[in-house]
Ligand binder design. Structure first.
Ligand SMILES: Cc1ncc(C[n+]2csc(CCOP(=O)(O)OP(=O)(O)O)c2C)c(N)n1
Length: 329
């Protein structure tokens, strides 16, 4: 592995992974307390996401994410307070003003575009943005994420195919956590790796260890640079594991053995990152405690902020779904 990143960058990456984890855990607790209606988790996905965030030029490149991208969003500047507003359906939620499901991100200031509820639709959004970048002659890149189950959708093939034909600056990240709710990968596709699908579509396909943020970063960095040089899209498969149930509405005991979950917990991305940074002498027990303390404070501040924030005004219910004034041509 020849990844060289400044020490502060490595520590910052670890910090966002930790903050994401602690926020995520708090969201589960809020759900069990009956304070929020729904949560969909990033636990197990942090390493792949932080690598993607740091491989791009944040605030410059474009992002078409999916619902499991909490760590990516935090690294793009989405705040814990904003996350709580989204979870609690409160007015200041930047994604939709508290009127969308939580974790259906959009963040104008960070070039994050809103995604729809049907899975894989963001793939064609990303291809469209890629085409716009190319037509304008810009050196921007767009990254988009889906789960492996979403690669069974026709729209996913259409978007990837179009980007490959026109050599668009897109990195298609497929986060393979083995399950699409209760459907295992083998019931969903006849290939061993999602990356194998790239062969038939005419773009490079690479599998990365998404549990290890440095392994994933290396693959992402190459894919992003390739796109920026005008050499076209790459399909990056991040092999991860979803340690939690699909969402707060799901009982995963009905479709996967506990032993499997326990086995993958040994490869927890936060643990792997910690081991990397401890080995390099960057993370000391004191630093770990300092980070934990800061994360606890931020999470509790965000919860208080969310709880005291107002709900959207009823008059805003249709905004900005319908135009104030309709223009007929
Ligand atoms: C077109 C479509 N079909 C079904 C659903 C319901 N649905 C929501 S998430 C999901 C699973 C997606 O699995 P995957 O793409 O592997 O992502 P993961 O949640 O595992 O990260 C399904 C079937 C949907 N939102 N859109």
């Amino acid at each position: 592995m020849n990844v060289t990143l400044p020490e502060e960058t490595l520590m910052e990456m670890y910090w966002f992974m930790l903050l994401s984890r602690r926020l995520d855990e708090r969201a589960w607790a809020l759900h069990r307390q009956g304070k929020i209606a729904f949560h969909i988790s990033a636990i197990g996905h942090e390493g792949a996401q932080i690598a993607a965030a740091y491989a791009i030029r944040r605030g410059y490149d474009w992002i078409a994410p999916y619902y499991r991208d909490l760590t990516l969003m935090l690294a793009l500047g989405y705040t814990p307070r904003e996350f709580m507003l989204s979870l609690m359906g409160k007015k200041g939620d930047p994604s939709s003003g508290g009127r969308q499901m939580p974790s259906h991100w959009s963040l104008k200031r960070a070039n994050v575009i809103s995604h729809s509820a049907p899975v894989a639709t963001q793939t064609s959004h990303a291809a469209g943005i890629g085409l716009a970048i190319k037509l304008r002659g810009e050196d921007k890149v767009v990254i988009t994420t889906v789960g492996e189950g979403s690669t069974s959708q026709g729209e996913w093939y259409e978007g990837v195919n179009w980007a490959a034909v026109h050599k668009l600056p897109v990195v298609f990240i497929v986060v393979n956590n083995l399950y699409a709710i209760s459907v295992r990968q083998e019931q969903q596709m006849a290939v061993a790796n999602v990356a194998d699908k790239a062969l038939g579509l005419g773009l490079p396909g690479i599998s990365a260890d998404g549990m290890d943020f440095l392994a994933m970063y290396q693959v992402m960095k190459e894919a992003v640079e390739r796109a920026r040089r005008g050499e076209g899209p790459t399909l990056v498969e991040a092999k991860v594991y979803r340690i939690t149930p699909h969402s707060s509405d799901d009982d995963d005991r009905s479709y996967r053995p506990r032993a499997e979950v326990e086995q993958f917990k040994q490869r927890d991305p936060l643990l792997i990152a910690r081991q990397h940074l401890e080995k390099q002498g960057l993370l000391t027990p004191q630093k770990i405690e300092e980070f934990e303390q800061r994360a606890r404070e931020m999470v509790e501040d965000a919860v208080r902020f969310g709880e005291s924030a107002p709900y959207p005004d009823p008059e805003e219910a249709a905004h900005p779904v319908y135009a104030e004034e309709v223009h007929h041509v």
